[in-house]
Write a protein that binds this ligand. Sequence first.
Ligand SMILES: [Zn+2]
Length: 80
Amino acid sequence: MNQSPKSSFSLMSVVCQTIGHKYTETRKITNHIHEYKCKHCGREVTENSAGKIELLTHRVRQVNNNVAEFFEKRNRRLTA
Ligand SMILES: [Zn+2]
């Protein structure tokens, strides 16, 4: 028998399932939207415009990039 353990099964993801993810802020998009990354399993999430946490997919990250850019420009104009 040749059974190699699957690396996708990590102890850390079990920790997260048990006690919950340990998110740290990785990026500020706006005053109300931030991106977070779990210290344990590396899962990335973000707040959406409705204030709910959702998975940070490639598409969502692009939306955030656009929002951040727009927000930055507007901020610069306000403070100038
Ligand atoms: Zn986690």
